[in-house]
Write a protein that binds this ligand. Structure first.
Ligand SMILES: [Zn+2]
Length: 362
């Protein structure tokens, strides 16, 4: 596989989502409830999304998204245009939310992320980032033995069925000129938390790591010429993270994943410091999480610089990019503050400008 191209050092990225205004959340829920069609919802959201894009331009981001304002959540977006699911059947672990569960053979009924990405591409001259969920997290979030085994006897078979759909989506995103494609994979870091594994009845972490690496790489086949990343975090809802623990159990395996960059949560106290970066695979680009979205205290540019310079002990400046720990609202129901996200992103971008100046790359 050809090497993935690399972003410029200290480039600033969002991880994906921005908090959605209440009226946007209402549109999404009306669409889900069938009160309005997808087409009618899109017409309304076409008015909202440009403001999410302008917000990120104002904040100074190099790579920006559409705020994911059209999605109910970063994983549910998969089921909005793929049939075979019963919605809201799977109890969630945080936030009293429910996931869809696969109950029939899956079939794609429309573009998952491509339509929204095309709108984003036309709306900005900046670089663009679009995320798709990993097959591994889809398998864990949407396959349940009692409800799913008629369609897919094992979780792994369901993951396999998701792969060609995701692979085709990634190829289309590249073809329409999206600059950076991110695989959302918080589940792998969550699996590193023994309490999370116990809740799920998982006793073989090595098997899970291997399954994640294999399925993500399968989805990425053919993506060698484009910028790609994988996002890891502890998950969050209403400013509470779902799991706890450092990257040590999984970080070396990241070297086997065929993305160029890893956007990782490090401002969070739950990440237990940055020392695990001593094991960060050489040759990969770090997306250093410097903004704690769960903390309502707004970071200053100096704090951003301080966090990045601490990480420079482990990762070269040429391999470092800057991002918040996570999307600010990976799910539409996540009650976060849009203005707070804006000022945090602004501080992040100001900090990155100082880093570029100070470390001779800008
Ligand atoms: Zn995240």
């Amino acid at each position: 596989m050809p090497l993935n191209p690399r972003p410029e050092p200290f480039s600033t990225f969002v991880v994906g989502s921005l908090p959605r205004p209440q009226w946007v959340r209402d549109v999404i829920m009306d669409r889900k409830g069938g009160q309005i069609s997808y087409e009618a919802a899109d017409r309304e959201l076409d008015s909202a999304v440009p403001s999410a894009i302008r917000l990120q331009e104002r904040a100074g981001l190099d790579y920006l998204s559409d705020g994911e304002w059209r999605r109910e959540s970063y994983v549910k977006v998969f089921t909005e245009h793929v049939s075979g699911f019963e919605l809201d059947r799977m109890a969630q672990r945080i936030g009293n939310l429910a996931d869809p569960v696969v109950t029939d053979k899956i079939e794609q009924t429309g573009d998952i992320a491509v339509d929204a990405a095309g709108f984003l591409r036309r709306e900005t001259d900046r670089k663009t980032i679009v995320a798709v969920p990993s097959p591994y997290i889809l398998g864990w979030r949407m396959w349940r033995e009692d409800l799913s085994s008629g369609a897919y006897p094992t979780r792994e078979e369901f993951m396999e069925a998701c792969i060609p759909i995701l692979r085709a989506e990634i190829a289309k995103l590249a073809a329409i000129g999206i600059d950076h494609i991110q695989i959302d994979e918080p589940w792998l870091l969550e699996m590193a938390d023994p309490n999370h594994r116990e809740r799920l009845g998982v006793d073989d972490l090595a098997y899970e790591i291997d399954l994640c690496v294999r399925t993500v790489n399968a989805a990425l086949e053919g993506s060698g010429g484009i910028e790609t990343s994988m996002h890891l975090c502890h998950g969050h809802f209403d400013r509470i993270r779902a799991t706890e623990g450092g990257y040590e159990p999984i970080i070396e395996a990241l070297g086997d994943i065929n993305v160029g960059r890893f956007a990782m949560e490090f401002a969070a106290p739950q990440s237990h410091g940055i020392e695990s970066l001593s094991l960060f695979p050489s040759g990969k680009v770090l997306g250093l999480g410097v903004i704690d979205h769960c903390d309502s205290v707004v970071e200053t540019p100096d704090v951003v610089v301080e966090r990045a310079e601490a990480a420079l002990k482990y990762v070269d400046a040429k391999n470092m990019t800057i991002n918040p720990d996570c999307g600010f609202s990976p799910g539409a129901q996540n009650p976060m503050d849009l203005d707070e996200a804006y000022v945090k992103l602004t501080a992040m971008c100001e900090g990155a400008a100082i880093l570029r100046e100070r470390h001779g790359t800008g």
